[in-house]
Design a protein around this ligand. Structure first.
Ligand code: ADP
Ligand code: MG
Length: 226
């Protein structure tokens, strides 16, 4: 028997009010993501990709629609419950890594743990993740002493340390050269295959999208299957 979907989005809408103008960023998104899927989301700038992620990550409220995540109705929950669910469920990776510059790689990862009130850093599976990411030798470095590729791999470790059900990556290779980009994508695919990690990745780059199992396109605030 196949597992139930990990994310079910139905008729999701988001309208931003800018001065007197309504900006319809999402106009009715329907999307189902299977447990353990590696999904690429492509689409032109302004098509609503980041808005969708910010809503999935609980960073932005939706205007209407439904999101079921791991069987729970995300938009019907209280803010407190949604924050709790998000901390345990969603890990975020951004284009610009967003590591704190004054902290070492290890402390950047540890801070994410502390915020979630959990501790997995010393568990064997996380040591294994660090090996996979090939940053075990870099943990005492601060971001400025690391390459972009290394920083992004630390950011992925930080996103994974709380064992999120879903990893959301918004243009994770947007700042990387081809070599580092391929290394990061290869590792994400490896994490997906080895741990069954569900990954949603936004990308502009068709070659990056080819690392995923499935590709959808966002256009004018809607999702189209490729
Ligand atoms: P993408 O990530 O695909 O480039 P976005 O989700 O960032 O698209 O943007 C979708 C639309 O929503 C765009 O028209 C953008 O200008 C608008 N938008 C995004 N964020 C905001 C915001 N915080 N306030 C007002 N408009 C926004
Ligand atoms: Mg964007």
């Amino acid at each position: 028997m196949s597992k139930p979907p990990i994310i079910e989005i139905r008729d999701l809408k988001k309208t931003y009010r800018v001065g007197d103008v309504d900006v319809h960023a999402l106009r009715g998104v329907d999307l189902t993501v299977g447990d353990g899927e590696f999904l690429a989301i492509v689409g032109h700038s302004g098509s609503g990709k980041s808005t969708l992620f910010n809503i999935l990550g609980g960073l932005t409220p939706a205007t209407s629609g439904t999101i079921r995540m791991g069987g729970q109705d995300l938009l019907a929950m209280s803010d407190t419950d949604r924050t709790k669910l998000r901390r345990g469920t969603v890990g975020f990776v951004f284009q610009k890594y967003n590591l704190l510059p004054t902290l070492t790689a290890r402390d950047n990862i540890a801070l994410a743990e502390e915020l979630a009130g959990e501790s997995h850093m010393h568990e064997p599976w996380f040591q294994d993740v660090l090996e996979t990411l090939n940053i075990a030798q870099r943990l005492n470095h601060k971001p400025r002493a690391m390459s972009g590729g290394e920083q992004q791999r630390v950011a992925i470790a930080r996103a994974l340390v709380n064992r999120p059900t879903i990893l959301l990556a918004d243009e994770p290779t947007g700042n990387l050269d081809t070599e580092n980009s391929d290394a990061v994508l290869d590792i994400m695919r490896g994490l997906n295959k080895k741990y069954g990690q569900t990954i949603l990745m936004i990308t502009h780059n068709p070659e990056a999208a080819d690392f995923a199992d499935r590709k959808v396109r966002m256009k004018d605030g809607r999702v189209l299957e490729e």
